[in-house]
Write a protein that binds this ligand. Sequence first.
Ligand SMILES: *[C@@H]1O[C@H](CO)[C@@H](O)[C@H](O)[C@H]1NC(C)=O
Ligand SMILES: *[C@@H]1O[C@H](CO)[C@@H](O)[C@H](O)[C@H]1NC(C)=O
Length: 288
Amino acid sequence: MGVFSYIALVIVFLVSTLSMVAFAGTNLYQDIDITWGDGRGKIVNNGQLITLSLDRESGSGFQSKNQFLYAKIDTQIKLVPGNSAGTVTAYYLRSEGLSWDELDFEFLGNLSDEPYIVHTNVYTQGKGEREQQFYLWFDPTKDFHTYSIHWSPVHAVFYVDGKPIREFKNLEGAGVPYPKNQPMRLYSSLWNADDWATRGGLVKTDWSQAPFDASFRNFRANSCVWSNGVSSCNSNTSDNAWLSQQLDSRSQKRLKWVQKNYMIYNYCTDTKRFPQALPVECTVRTKS
Ligand SMILES: *[C@@H]1O[C@H](CO)[C@@H](O)[C@H](O)[C@H]1NC(C)=O
Ligand SMILES: *[C@@H]1O[C@H](CO)[C@@H](O)[C@H](O)[C@H]1NC(C)=O
C-alpha cells in the first residue's frame, strides 16, 4: 500500500475515533429534558450530571429528547442513600397510547442498610403483569453503577454493570406480543410510593430525611433514533450487529448466576397468581 493511502487510512481512523469519543461525551442538555418537579430536577456540572430530588411536595423527572425504535441505553445511576424507604427511582422505556409497550426498571428504596429491590416489568400492547425482582450484589447508593436496557428485534435485556439480570425474548412465533412497532422514549423519575414500595407498603417515607436525591450520568443511547416515521438504524453496518445478536454463552451463564442468587420474585413461577396457566412466555421452550 502506498504511503499516501496509508496516511489517508490513519486519518480516517483518527477522525472516526475522535467522533466516537465526542459522541460519548455529549452534553446532557442535548439529550435530555427535565419534564417535571418544579426545579427539583436539574442538569448540572456543564451537562455531565442529572440530579433528581423528592420532598413532601413533589418528586421530579426527566425524559430523552429522542424516541427510539430499538435501543441500547446505558446510564450510570447513584440511588438515594440512607433511609430511602418509600421512595422509588424509575428508569424505563415507554411508548405512547393505550396499548403501549414499556421496559421498566424501578429501584425500591429501603431503611438504612437494608437492601434495595430492583423491580422490573415488561408491558406489551398495554399489558404488563410480568414482574421480576432482584436484590443487588452491591450497595447502589455508595457509587454510580451502570443500568442498561438493550432492546432489539431479538430480545429485550436488562443489565446491571454489564451483567444481564433479565431477558424477555421475542416469542412472537409462540403468540406472545413483542414490542416492535411503537417507538419508545426513555423516562426517569424519583417519587414517593410508600403505599407499596418498601416491604409492600409497611415502611413509610420518613419526611424528616427529605430531600431525597438520586444522580444520573454518562447517559449513552447507541440506538435507532425514530424520526418522521422511520428508525435510523435500517442500514447494514457492523455497529448494528447487536440488533440481531442473541446472548452469548458467557452472558447466559451470568444471567443464570444472577437469577439463582439474587432473584426474589418471578411472575413465571407464581402459580398462586396464575392458577389456570402460567403466561405463555414462561412455558415456551427455546433453544438457548
Ligand atoms: C427492605 O428490607 C427488608 C428487610 O431486610 C426486606 O425484606 C425487603 O425486601 C427490603 N426491600 C424493600 C424494597 O422492601
Ligand atoms: C444486510 O446484509 C445482509 C448480508 O450481507 C443481507 O442479507 C441483508 O439483506 C442486508 N439488510 C439490509 C437491510 O440491507
